[in-house]
Design a protein around this ligand. Structure first.
Ligand SMILES: N[C@@H](CCC(=O)N[C@@H](CS)C(=O)NCC(=O)O)C(=O)O
Length: 250
């Protein structure tokens, strides 16, 4: 779709000539779970976008024009006046859902909508407990995996109490998409941890069933990467040289 290079732009890279075709621009890093959140929503709604890859260790100087904090994701709405850029994955997801209601991902019922946003907030402890383990940080606290499992248990219990195949009910919804990127990465722990970590099938039975179901979703398949590729990226990060370009097609 795009002639923009598939490599991550680095410090010193001249600002590329981006196509002025009205197609939105997603500033991305191939392994960023927050970018993946936005891709899942864009892909579920079949919205076209160009991908512009940013090296997050050595950021190109011009990237601040798009993202004031220098983070990805950033989504530039090139068809609107002044071509504004949005940041923050959840804010972008909600904007997309309001602009493109098909398929509707946030609940229309205000109470359920609020409860789902609370649940997404409650995923933050899972993300922070998982981070040092995923990145194979040698200084990860001894109990990092236990903390992660404790935080994850909230989601196992929630799925049981909702009694539906997805957090969104009978259909995939916003909670499913917002937490999925980390579930795609958990199986990489099998390759990067000494104990070849996997989720316990008894303790997380519902979540494992849910994981298999979500993996079959068309939007999920479009940004999916193999656990071994995730593992390779994490190990390159550990060596101090994150190899952003491993996933040349992402
Ligand atoms: N709260 C942000 C988090 C985005 C974020 O932390 N992105 C990371 C990459 S996964 C990043 O850009 N890091 C570069 C930096 O912080 O300088 C969101 O939901 O979009």
């Amino acid at each position: 779709m795009s002639s923009i290079p598939l490599k991550h732009f680095k410090k010193g890279s001249p600002k590329p000539d981006l196509p002025e075709d009205g197609v939105w621009r997603l500033f991305t890093m191939a392994f960023c779970p927050f970018v993946q959140r936005v891709r899942l929503v864009l892909d579920a709604k079949q919205i076209a976008y160009h991908k512009i890859f940013i090296d997050l260790i050595e950021k190109p100087e011009w990237y601040k024009e798009y993202s004031p904090l220098g983070k990805v994701p950033a989504l530039q709405l090139t068809n609107l006046k002044d071509q504004p850029t949005l940041i923050e994955s959840l804010v972008i997801a909600q904007f997309l859902d309001e602009q493109y209601p098909e398929p509707k991902l946030f609940p229309t019922d205000p109470l359920q909508n609020a409860q789902d946003k609370i649940l997404i907030e409650r995923f933050a402890p899972v993300v922070s407990a998982l981070y040092p383990v995923l990145t194979c940080n040698p200084n990860a606290p001894q109990d990092a995996l236990q903390n992660f499992e404790k935080a994850l248990n909230v989601f196992e219990q929630e799925l049981i109490s909702r009694g539906t195949p997805y957090f969104g009910g009978e259909k995939i919804g916003i909670v499913d998409y917002m937490i999925w990127p980390w579930f795609e990465r958990i199986p990489s722990l099998k390759y990067t941890t000494e104990q070849k970590y996997e989720l316990d099938a008894k303790r997380f039975g519902q979540l494992l069933k849910w994981r298999n179901l979500v993996a079959q979703d068309e939007a999920v398949k479009q940004s999916a990467q193999d656990p071994q590729v995730h593992a390779k990226f994490q190990l390159s990060k550990l060596e101090g040289k994150p190899n952003y370009d491993i996933a040349f097609n992402n």
